[in-house]
Design a protein around this ligand. Structure first.
Ligand SMILES: [Zn+2]
Ligand SMILES: [Zn+2]
Length: 369
């Protein structure tokens, strides 16, 4: 019997390659042959051992941004998901319960079932294969499955997950559309994809802020459609936004910066009266003690927190990659085989470098092109 091979996170910073039986399936589930898995900051946090409160702990197979080919599927699942063996598909990270208050209202990404891929069930939960750092993934009956185009190269296609986030944050939560003005704080992979999403939505002014260290990323932002970039260590970002907009300020600020709280305070002074601030960057232990509440009230500013994506933004992301994936390829900086999972996570966390800026890192298991 062929076996599945997986990189198991046994303890913080410790991957071991292990073999598992490929699970038997029934009427309503399936097995995916993993093509590739995208990485994000959460993968790095998980590897460091910082996600103790999330899911079943270690040993676990990480990988929550998974795509691949349907290897075996039960007839009921094939009918419900509208896919067949051999189809190329993307998998959403959460496995919703389908019955809680959030699920029945369509907000299934807020489901508290605590089931999903890469971050939730550890290897002691049968059938163990719950993460994308593996040759095979078990597909639970309630998995959210999206069909993918067949011709897009693997690394570009793995952008489906971060791009679905960017689309929801900029377009759905931010309301960015034709003629909008937007500031995007933080030029990481999600910030850069937010630039591409804002451009596609028709934004007229797209300003991206970063630090001096982000020089290469700010250049990339301009290639993707930013109309201006600001190095916040070299100039005052609020004054610059004021100047760039002729004093009008912007409709929307999206904060995707990690750890820093200053962009949240600055956003209050960058956004128009009645404008919207979308908060997506996690700040960890960094508390905001001088938050200007009165300005938010007097200027009627909306504050929105966002975490992940969902069905429609994922479909829009897949469509956008199918149509203009070539433009996004510049973000795909690093691709590693399964055996080099440690190198993949370390380069994402900027712990090791081959001299090139790590923007989007892919673990490529059975990739194409
Ligand atoms: Zn992720
Ligand atoms: Zn639910």
């Amino acid at each position: 019997m062929p076996k599945a091979l997986a990189a198991v996170l046994e303890s913080p910073r410790n991957f071991q390659l292990r073999e598992f039986a490929i699970p038997e399936i029934g009427e309503d589930d399936a097995v995916l042959r993993v093509e590739a898995c995208g990485l994000c900051g959460t993968d790095y946090e998980q590897w460091l051992g910082h996600l103790k409160d999330w899911g079943g702990g270690m040993p676990i197979i990480p990988g929550h941004e998974v795509m691949g080919f349907i290897e075996r599927i039960g007839p009921q699942a094939a009918k419900l998901w509208n896919v067949k063996e051999g189809d190329r598909v993307a998998i959403e990270p959460v496995i919703p319960c389908g019955h809680c208050e959030d699920c029945v209202q369509g907000a299934y990404t807020r489901c508290r079932s605590d089931k999903g891929y890469g971050l939730y069930q550890n290897i002691h939960v049968a059938p163990s294969l719950w993460g994308g750092y593996a040759t095979h993934l078990y597909l639970h009956p309630r998995t959210m499955v999206h069909k993918l185009p067949s011709q897009v190269p693997t690394d570009v296609m793995t952008l489906f997950n971060p791009l679905s986030n960017a689309i929801r944050w900029v377009y759905e939560a931010g309301g960015v559309g034709l003629g909008s003005s937007v500031v995007i704080a933080g030029p990481g992979q999600r910030g850069l994809l937010a630039v591409a999403a804002a451009k596609r939505a028709g934004a007229a002014t797209i300003i991206v802020t970063g630090t001096t260290r982000d020089g290469a990323r700010l250049q990339l932002a301009e290639r993707l459609g930013a109309t201006a970039t600001i190095d916040v260590q070299a100039e005052d970002p609020v004054e610059r936004v004021m100047a760039l907009t002729g004093g009008k300020l912007v409709d929307v600020v999206l904060d995707v910066s990690a750890g820093a709280v200053a962009p949240v305070v600055q956003a209050i002074d960058m956004v128009k009266r009645g404008g919207r601030i979308v908060l997506a960057g996690l700040k960890g232990q960094n508390k905001l003690n001088d938050f200007p509440v009165d300005k938010v009230v007097f200027r009627e500013i909306e504050l929105v927190g966002v975490l992940s994506a969902g069905w429609r933004p994922t479909e829009l992301a897949i469509q956008m990659i199918g149509e203009s994936g070539a433009e996004l390829r510049a973000l795909c900086s690093h691709s590693f085989p399964l055996e080099q999972a440690t190198d993949a996570v370390r380069s994402l966390g900027r712990e090791s470098s081959d001299g090139r800026e790590a923007v989007h890192v892919t673990l490529c298991v059975n990739g194409i092109g």
